[in-house]
Design a protein around this ligand. Structure first.
Ligand code: TYD
Length: 394
């Protein structure tokens, strides 16, 4: 019997994308962030979803091309896909600002992006883009006009869509018989191992394990045949699917290996989620301790990268402007605003000022890129504060 078990309550949280114009906003929206484990499908999700229209609209701030690491990763992937699958048509679900799909000019390339401000960017690049949510109805409309696709790619998007059955059915229906669907999303295995609980926020309705993906998609006619483990977004899986009844599928050994690894970690069992919850509570306690200790000496603490992820940490640990003086960020749409829920000012990144000795790594997933950039800060004794894999100074 399907049983959804609540394993942690992370308290009240705002819309992570709702960067504020004022430090004292009126009527800010909050929801209760609780996590649940489905004992049948093994899927881990938010207990209650936030309305997509509240999150994905014309004010959406995230730009996939804002990070050099991601630009390089998408360029490399586009090359690999062209070499391996030689697609004549490609569809991207969640095409953001075109950082990936722009590499496929000259073939039937199509984007789907519900945030109108982002869809406009790819439209201006000359890429046909549907500024709508991915649904079965939309997939039918697209097939009618553009036929089925050799490759469908979706990074950091499927985990945002609430109705997974409809999503995967629509994908299956939009693939050519020998087509490949490639999904990329944060890995639950890595999240549990690193206590990176900040992968859970309003937009991330799910954090997938391979086990749960297999359980859900096979019923809907898709078969996993390859997995790549990526460092992006703090540890992601790139999962390759073909149609279940495609008799040309060769399944890589890595699929069964990863399923075994997940089983060993206990991903099928409620016990691991209780342990995860315990680790999250411990992480909160120890992170607050670090902030309090530094503040005792009246030191400035800044935030480095006002990520969506950091919103979960700040709101769960109640790290307001009492602890973090300001954030630095390179994204123009975030600069000059305040962090949702915790109301910390976000300033334009122009290097770390000399009077700052401590910086909380909001963008911990770009640690190597940041450490390379901040050699001067590190050399003069500056310390980064992180909560992954456990709270510490680096
Ligand atoms: P992102 O990785 O997309 O995380 P999330 O999905 O949790 O928001 O966000 C990275 C943010 O960090 C983005 O706002 C840009 C910022 N950033 C910097 O300000 N400087 C940097 O050197 C890097 C790598 C990122």
């Amino acid at each position: 019997m399907q049983k959804k078990i609540n394993f942690i309550d992370l308290g009240k949280h705002p819309i992570t994308n709702n960067f504020l114009n004022f430090s004292n906003p009126k009527n800010e929206f909050f929801y209760n962030l609780k996590l649940i484990f489905n004992s049948e499908t093994k899927l881990v999700s938010l207990a209650k979803f936030v309305s997509p229209k509240k999150m994905f609209n014309e004010k959406y701030a995230h730009r996939a091309s804002a990070s050099k690491t991601m630009q390089v990763a998408y360029t490399k992937l586009a090359k690999l896909i062209k070499k391996e699958y030689k697609p004549e048509s490609i569809l991207e679900i969640g095409s953001n600002d075109g950082v990936f799909i722009k590499h496929f000019k000259g073939i039937n390339n199509l984007g789907v992006e519900p945030c109108k401000n982002l869809a406009l960017i790819t439209k201006k690049m000359g890429i046909k883009t549907y500024d709508d949510f991915w649904t079965y109805k939309l997939s039918k409309k697209i097939i009618k006009k553009h036929k089925r696709f050799d490759v469908i790619y979706s990074a950091n998007t499927i985990s945002h869509i609430h109705n997974l059955d409809e999503t995967f059915r629509a994908i299956n229906n939009s693939l050519n018989d020998n087509g490949v669907f490639i999904l990329e999303d944060p890995s639950l295995f890595e999240v549990i191992k690193n206590t990176s609980y900040d992968q859970f926020y309003d937009e991330h309705a799910y954090v997938f394990s391979i086990t749960a993906l297999k359980n859900i998609t096979e019923k809907l006619g898709l078969k996993i045949f390859k997995i790549e483990q990526l460092e992006t977004h703090g540890g992601s899986n790139r999962v390759y699917f073909k149609k279940l009844h495609n008799n040309k599928i060769k399944i890589s050994n890595i699929v069964s290996r990863q399923l075994k690894n997940e089983e060993k970690l206990g991903i099928n069992d409620l016990k691991i989620y209780k342990k995860f919850a315990k680790n999250i509570r411990k992480s909160k306690k120890n992170l607050i301790k670090i902030f309090k200790q530094i503040k005792k000496n009246n030191e400035l603490i800044i935030g480095y990268g006002a990520t969506y992820k950091s919103s979960t940490v700040l709101n769960y640990c109640k790290l307001t402007s009492k602890y973090i003086d300001y954030f630095l960020d390179t994204t123009p749409t975030k600069v000059g605003k305040f962090t949702p829920g915790t109301h910390i000012p976000i300033l334009k990144y122009n290097g770390i000022p000399d009077n700052v000795n401590f910086a909380f790594l909001g963008a911990w997933n770009f640690k190597s890129e940041i450490f390379k950039k901040e050699k001067k800060f590190i050399k003069r004794g500056g310390k980064f504060i992180t909560h992954v894999p456990y709270p510490k100074l680096i």
